[in-house]
Design a protein around this ligand. Structure first.
Ligand code: ATP
Ligand code: MG
Length: 784
């Protein structure tokens, strides 16, 4: 279908084109999976640029993952050729928030080289604070506090804004105080945690209206992908940026509570602009108190949102799908998308109904499944593609057989000419990955784990990074503490404690404390000697930074610090692997311009790619598969308790079930040509066998679009039936008997654990905690 106009518009359907060319005022594209929402966003940027409506740096485009941002850059490059200079601000909420924060770090009591802490650092720091407060960390684990703080940050709450009742739930009423002292400590350490990248950015905008205005002026167009999964903090941040600058005649104080703006007089004091979400905003003392014009029609307000905004809004375009909202557990508010036209009055809402991704059977299966949810807008999706292959469901005996079966199918696909890059395995919980990794290593099949900084989480990698962090930011106490005695240099706990005391008393970083201490005779000569040597090393490495490439520097550091040597002398089985990992780490730095850029990347990264050009199967959680597509998608582990996750059901009941179902829907809709589902009847989690029953989601699939097949990897399902109404009871082909060692082991274990019985559903209860960290894992820094 040839169309007049620029090349990049050709091939878009009329609704897509409208979404691309409607540049003025707010636009919402609310549409199902695979309808081209992301494509619309990318094309829209191309359109803005080629129409000369803005220069690249005046465009802000927010994606959900770094990978998605890279993809968008790539596409954009293809659409525009070499024509543009510079790039739009394109990245995740956190990476863009972090970028802005770095520019103005001093205004929020940080330095521009601040460190971004990962979860482990966060927990270590909180442990110290708990100790200082004499709070029993067995009863009140630091990880729990980390979770609470994270939740508050997701909701845009500074310590002062946390509702008293909530702050009291931790540590006998000390939760709020701990949050406050944690924030203080971060400043002293010149560090921010992940949530701060956004929260501190919001604070910066609130406390420095001039800075906010600068960005409001700069960003002429804002684009947001996956809008259904924005949380309150992200929403607040967007709202601040998307208000037209104050020349619109609206007092800044109305946009940013607490701000004063003498230059502009409120013309309509009865219609204050409150950027929503009372929790996140101090709504005290704003003008126009008492007026509450918004009532009646429209979706319910966020608490404290008394009126729709009156200021002309930026040209903001958000795209999303309420059926793909899968981050509720992390504070995402699907409401944000449902109330878009309320927040952005006069918004043009565009719906796309044609799915360009999946074949007929897959789309039918996915649509039928999601129709079981009640809380949804509902939408039509059609495809003009062929029906293609049916969705397959395969039962296997246990997860090992499941991995074997999938491995064989992948080899078959490979033999038939499929590109490994077009094959993905999407798991519900990351512990499921190990089995596949083991299998792939055995088969010699290349694979990459997407969405998890698993590689960077390894101890040796974290140690190496800690050295680099201290070089980059001498105030990074956590990093310094991690390596001060690794390898062992006779600087044990007592020494570290002493450094801490010094540092606290004088409010200086540990490194500086160390520098001071070696000039005294407080330490024993041996310790003093080795501490002095360490300091000299660091001074030298820092000096070398100017003259040596960062990769070379890393090699030097690992060498001179004795770290590599430590592993070379290590006799344990995995030492060689660790040395390889360290080499790989140095290699991975080559992609970056400098150390700072590399460390930044590490702290933000969720995507680990194998060799960039290597063909490989992708392995990831369902959560990190959002927005992606593959010809062949394998979906293992569709069992009650695992998927839907028992924990989510227990905690959130019906809402949790619906979110799990949306996740299943996301999984299915990633597939272009083949979707293959699996369940195992026995699963071992951390050494405990459980009998499982097939996921209810399997029963919710429409029969005409589904084919039940036999497992290729082993001798069949071996299911003993008795699973109530499940249609998977009666499948003859699964019924072959089982006498493998695995089975006997399972039997024995089950007998031991449960007195021989084993009611299916109960099996997962024991293993509950193993799902704890797996909900929606997209890796340590999963949070976008
Ligand atoms: P999701 O909700 O999963 O993020 P989406 O709505 O963002 O999906 P896209 O990823 O943009 O969908 O598009 C899905 C696929 O359809 C892509 O491969 C895209 O290139 C293709 N596509 C989109 N629009 C068209 C079109 N008009 N003609 C041909 N292919 C299209
Ligand atoms: Mg998309």
């Amino acid at each position: 279908r040839a169309a007049a106009g620029p090349q990049y518009l050709t091939g878009l359907n009329p609704e897509q084109r409208e979404a691309v060319v409607s540049l003025d005022g707010p636009v919402l594209v609310l549409a199902g999976a695979g309808t081209g929402k992301t494509r619309v966003l990318t094309t829209r940027i191309a359109h803005i640029l080629s129409q000369g409506r803005a220069r690249p740096h005046e465009i802000l485009s927010v994606t959900f993952t770094n990978k998605a941002a890279r993809e968008m850059k790539l596409r954009l490059g293809q659409m525009l050729g070499q024509a543009v200079e510079g790039m739009p601000w394109l990245g995740t909420f956190h990476s863009i928030g972090g970028r802005i924060l770095r520019i103005h770090a001093e205004l929020v009591q940080l330095k521009s080289n601040f460190t971004v802490l990962d979860v482990d650092d966060q927990v270590r720091l909180l442990k110290q604070l708990l100790q200082a407060e004499n709070i029993d960390d067995k009863r009140w684990p630091a990880r729990m506090l980390a979770g609470l703080i994270d939740g508050w940050k997701n909701r845009g709450l500074t310590p002062a804004q946390v509702p008293a009742g909530e702050a009291a739930v931790f540590g006998n009423g000390k939760g709020g105080k701990l949050y406050a002292s944690y924030q203080e400590r971060l400043k002293i350490l010149n560090a921010a945690d992940f949530g701060d990248l956004l929260l501190e950015n919001i604070r910066l905008f609130r406390e420095h209206p001039d800075v906010l205005r600068q960005y409001q002026n700069r960003f002429k167009f804002i684009l947001v992908d996956e809008y259904q999964d924005t949380n309150v903090a992200q929403y607040l941040w967007l709202r601040l940026l998307s208000q037209a600058p104050s020349r619109a005649g609206v007092p800044l104080s109305a946009i940013i509570p607490g701000a004063t703006d003498t230059a502009v007089v409120a013309e309509n004091a009865a219609s204050p602009v409150i950027p929503g979400h009372a929790e996140g905003v101090n709504t005290e003392g704003r003008d126009g108190e008492g007026s509450s014009p918004a009532s009646g029609s429209g979706p319910p307000d966020h608490p404290g949102m008394t009126s729709p905004p009156q200021a002309p809004l930026k040209n903001i375009c958000c795209v999303g799908d309420d059926d793909q909202s899968i981050y509720g557990w992390r504070g995402a508010e699907v409401d944000n998308i449902l109330r878009f036209d309320h927040d952005f009055p006069g918004a043009k809402v565009i719906r796309l109904e044609r799915n360009y991704r999946s074949t007929g059977h897959i789309l039918a299966a996915a649509s039928h499944l999601i129709a079981h949810n009640e809380g949804r807008l509902g939408k039509t999706l059609r495809t003009e593609d062929v029906d293609g292959e049916k969705v397959t469901v395969t039962g296997s005996w246990d997860s090992e057989e499941e991995a074997r079966a999938i491995g064989e199918e992948i080899e078959d696909l490979q033999r038939s000419g499929e590109n490994l890059n077009e094959i993905a395995i999407l798991v519900r919980a990351s512990f499921q990955m190990r089995e596949f990794e083991d299998r792939f290593v055995t088969l010699g099949l290349s694979y990459r784990v997407i969405g998890g900084p698993r590689f960077y989480e390894r101890a040796e990698i974290r140690d190496a990074l800690a050295y680099l962090r201290v070089i980059n930011s001498p105030a990074d106490d956590l990093a310094f503490e991690r390596i001060v005695n690794v390898p062992k240099r006779g600087l044990g706990d007592a020494t570290v404690q002493m450094l801490h005391d010094h540092a606290r008393k004088r409010r200086i970083p540990l490194f500086e404390a160390a520098r001071a201490v070696v000039e005294t005779d407080e330490l024993k000569p041996k310790a003093r000697g080795s501490l002095r040597e360490l300091i000299l090393h660091f001074d030298r490495w820092r000096a070398r930074r100017e003259v040596t490439s960062h990769t070379e520097l890393a090699e030097i550091v690992l060498d001179e610090s004795g770290y590599t040597d430590m592993w070379q002398k290590d006799r344990s089985a995995d030492a060689a692997g660790r040395l390889d990992n360290l080499k790989e780490l140095v290699r991975s730095m080559e992609e970056f311009e400098n150390l700072q850029g590399f460390l930044e990347h590490i702290s933000l990264v969720m995507d680990r790619d194998g060799g960039p050009d290597e063909e490989a199967v992708s392995l990831m959680t369902l959560h990190s598969a959002k927005g992606l597509e593959f010809d062949n998608v394998f979906l293992p582990g569709w069992e009650e308790g695992l998927f839907p996750s028992q924990r989510t059901l227990d905690e959130q009941g019906r809402a949790g079930l619906e979110e799990e179902r949306r996740l299943a829907h996301v999984g299915l809709t990633r597939a272009r040509r083949r979707a293959k589902l699996y369940f195992a009847t026995n699963r071992r989690i951390h050494g405990t066998w459980s009998t499982t029953i097939p996921s209810r989601f399997l029963d919710e699939l429409p029969s005409p679009n589904v084919e039940i097949t036999e497992s290729k990897g082993g001798s069949g399902w071996g299911g003993s039936g008795g699973y109530g109404a499940s249609r998977f009871d009666n499948v003859e082909s699964f019924g072959s008997s089982y006498t493998t060692p695995g089975w006997q082991r399972a039997q024995a274990n089950r007998a031991k654990n449960r007195g021989g019985g084993g009611q299916a559903r109960g099996g997962f209860d024991e293993a509950q905690s193993s799902y704890g960290s797996s909900r929606g894992e997209t890796g340590g820094f999963a949070r976008n």
